[in-house]
Design a protein around this ligand. Structure first.
Ligand code: FMN
Length: 207
């Protein structure tokens, strides 16, 4: 048991965000395996409010091009918030273009879903419901990252494409809200671990 725990923690500690990749494609079975890991994440009320879209080849390049156009179309006076993030969006587009594959994770839920059972009757507390959905999808994405690491793949979680959720949706069709984009492939870099805040500074013990 202790050995399992050691191996799991070691894998979690060794995972890095990887942002440059070899051109080698990822076998379909490996992509299926990491998606399988994603769907075994916990979710609020077991709602499983996630959908995944996997991009490879030409469609992946189209996604990258869409994000480049989105960044190029920004104007500081019209939307200053987006303008601040234009470099991040461009950088995300470059990574999407270079990675062997990209998995986007979407949140889907409608008021008729079981999600509403999470809240007291009469008060749908939409923010609570929405955070439950977001947390569930994030858990799936973390499972996906760890499974990718376990297969020798390197991945990075990209948040910037979320800013273009409406544009991606209009291009792609389907349902839901874009919550995470994971670019992955066989690593072409070995970055040093990024510093973690020391445990005592982030944990408070009671009792
Ligand atoms: C919600 C979320 C969004 C992120 N968005 C980006 C992003 O848009 N671009 C990027 O290069 N890295 C992104 N990252 C990766 C973080 O920068 C990275 O996880 C952090 O610096 C710690 O490094 P590590 O993953 O190697 O431990 C994101 C990570 C998370 C969890």
């Amino acid at each position: 048991m202790q050995q399992n725990s050691d191996a799991l923690l070691a894998a979690m500690r060794a995972r890095r965000s990887i942002r440059t990749w070899q051109s080698r494609p990822i076998p379909r079975e490996h992509l299926e395996r990491i998606l399988e890991a994603a769907i075994w994440a916990p979710s609020a009320d077991n709602l499983q409010p996630w959908r995944f879209v996997v991009f490879q080849g030409e469609r992946k390049q189209e996604l990258a091009a869409l994000l480049h156009r989105f960044a190029a179309g920004m104007q500081p006076g019209i939307n200053p918030v987006l303008w601040v993030h234009r470099h991040g969006i461009r950088r995300a587009a470059e990574m999407i273009a270079q990675a062997a594959a990209v998995v986007t994770a979407w949140a889907v839920f409608s008021p008729s879903d079981a999600a509403v059972r999470l809240v007291a009757s009469g008060d749908l507390a939409p923010l609570f419901t929405w955070t439950m959905v977001v947390e569930s999808v994030a858990a799936a994405v973390q499972n996906l990252l760890l499974a990718a690491h376990g297969l020798g793949l390197g991945a990075v979680w990209l948040g910037y494409p979320n800013l273009a959720t409406r544009e991606v949706h209009a291009w792609l069709g389907g349902e839901g809200q874009l919550l995470a984009t994971v670019a992955l492939g066989y690593p072409a870099e070995q970055p040093a671990p990024r510093r973690r805040k020391p445990l005592p500074s982030v944990v408070r013990w009671e009792g």
